[in-house]
Design a protein around this ligand. Structure first.
Ligand code: BDP
Length: 509
């Protein structure tokens, strides 16, 4: 470590973090699910014991993403945190903390974009570095150990071409590697980094979502980072287990509801060929309207700035993953409100200026005729609970409502529609005939009913069941120890619905 630059990197701390090294403040960060790093060289004493202290604060307010607020009840009761989302608000250091060393000149970031053409692919790359100006950069593309393209240049960006090449996609998750090196005048390597990438295109055309030019239908479940033994703490076997369960059911995709997942999840999705709608942590915007983030004529600039900053952090972290096929900029914002248009015009524009290569969506809960923001996005995403929160127990009515509702979205915007959530709370082991709410039979009938409707509508481009597994929430009369809409239990054992989905999805194209 001696003579090197030493850095500290936190994978995620929920929600605010202040970091001290040997009693001196090193850095602070706000945003619960994304990484941050700082150089600690001058704070550390190499070869001695050092003290690292982290203060974590999970309070939310109207400028945080997600928003929330501390309510002080009259009469001297303890203040409590009011949250506008349906998952347990775990506080703490949720992901790995790394201490690492670099030379004085080091790579900070790599951006890789691919443009597949007939017979060859163009790979454009951009490097960011820190410290002294290196003499040259060497960039190589590796297919396993074989170098298929190489350049040495004084520039921080360039393009490499090679061919033939293999496309990335579900069923053929072929990955290449780009190795970037910073060189000094004598050709010595000052720093190097190797990043995986895949070659694939994604586009929206008419009523279709296209992957590598072919229509793709998204089948899968939303998840939560949640497990009875570790809460939201990073647990690598759980990530492997969850993605294996998705594949066991024949799923090809998931959404990172309602916040960015661990980087390891994204890496595994690349390797397994799963498609990901990558969601930023903006859940519950304007939900209760007590301190609205947007009202006609006024948008809370501080919230908007946090929102855009976190989307940029998400983009920077996840931009090179072939698995990421779309960005979701929010879950269930009040898109029916007039102020939402100004707010989301800015949010979507920010995302597009960062990344012109991927479709952008937000996940709606409003009725199609009331929504005001669908024109801003590339495809429509909607969450629906007919037959659960409304039309309770009436799956015949639920089917009618769903059909009419999805048609209205399509008629209104003429864009593909994705059903991003649908599900029914189910207590594992509870059986009823005829099927009644909360029973395993009802969950299967609920999913089957929705599937029938979706299969009739050719503008629907995917279905994500809510949820892969049961997860913890705050206590409420609506929750039987957490949200039970999992098709697996919180311990990851299947309910009947998991077998039903496996039958549906493995039998489908
Ligand atoms: C949806 C939310 C999701 C909830 C789900 C439910 O997007 O976070 O957990 O409802 O109520 O509206 O189960």
């Amino acid at each position: 470590w001696a003579g090197k630059r030493i850095w500290l990197r936190f994978g995620a701390v929920n929600y605010r973090a202040t970091v001290w090294v040997n009693g001196r403040k090193l850095t602070e960060w706000e945003g619960g699910h994304l990484p941050f790093a700082a150089e600690a060289t001058s704070f550390l004493r190499v070869g001695e014991e050092n003290t690292l202290a982290v203060k974590v604060n999970n309070l939310l307010d109207w400028t945080t993403i997600p928003p929330g607020r501390v309510v002080k009840p009259p009469g001297g009761e303890k203040p409590r945190l009011e949250q506008y989302f349906d998952f347990f608000h775990y506080a703490g250091i949720h992901r790995s903390v790394h201490l690492y060393a670099t030379g004085p000149t080091c790579l900070h970031d790599i951006t890789i974009r691919t443009r597949p053409m007939a017979g060859k692919v163009l790979v454009s790359w951009t490097l960011e570095h820190d410290g002294e100006e290196p003499y040259r950069r060497r960039v190589r593309i590796l297919d396993h150990e074989e170098v298929v393209a190489e350049v040495e240049t004084a520039e921080n960006q360039g393009e490499l071409a090679f061919g033939p090449y293999r496309l990335w996609g579900p069923g053929h998750p072929y990955l290449y590697r780009l190795r970037a090196e910073l060189l000094d005048g004598a050709g010595r390597v000052l720093d190097s980094y190797t990043e995986d990438f895949g070659i694939r295109t994604v586009a929206v055309e008419g009523d279709r979502l296209l992957l590598n030019g072919e229509p793709v239908y998204l089948k899968g479940c939303c998840r939560h980072e949640d497990f009875h033994l570790v809460g939201r703490g990073l647990h690598l076997p759980l990530i492997q287990k969850d993605l294996n369960l998705l594949r066991w059911m024949g799923a090809n995709s998931f959404r990172t509801s309602h916040y960015p997942y661990a980087e390891e999840t994204m890496m595994l999705a690349d390797r397994l060929g799963l498609l990901v709608i990558d969601e930023c942590p903006a859940v519950g915007l304007n939900a209760w309207g007590a301190f609205p983030v947007f009202v006609p004529g006024r948008v809370d600039e501080k919230t908007l700035a946090t929102h855009c900053r976190l989307m940029e952090a998400l983009y920077r972290r996840d931009k090179n993953h072939p698995s990421v096929i779309a960005w979701s900029v929010a879950n269930e914002p009040a898109s029916e409100e007039e102020g939402a248009v100004e707010y989301f015009t800015k949010v979507v524009a920010t995302m597009r200026s960062l990344d012109p290569t991927r479709p952008v969506t937000f996940v709606a809960s409003a009725a199609a005729e009331q929504d005001r923001c669908g024109h801003l996005v590339d495809f429509i995403s909607v969450n629906r609970y007919f037959g659960w929160y409304t039309e309770e127990g009436r799956l015949d009515l639920a089917a009618e409502r769903l059909r009419a509702d999805l048609r209205r979205w399509h008629e209104r915007y003429g864009k593909p529609v994705m059903l991003t959530e649908f599900g029914a709370d189910t207590v594992a082991g509870l059986h009823t005939l005829p099927p009644q709410m909360f029973s395993e039979e009802y969950q299967v009938e609920f999913l089957r009913t929705y599937a029938r409707v979706l299969d009739e509508l050719d503008f629907v481009v995917g279905e994500h069941v809510w949820n892969l597994a049961d997860f913890m929430t705050n206590q409420s009369i609506r929750r039987v120890v957490g949200n039970r809409k999992g098709v697996f239990t919180r311990e990851r054992q299947p309910k009947m619905a998991a077998h039903y989905l496996r039958e549906r999805w493995t039998g489908q194209k």
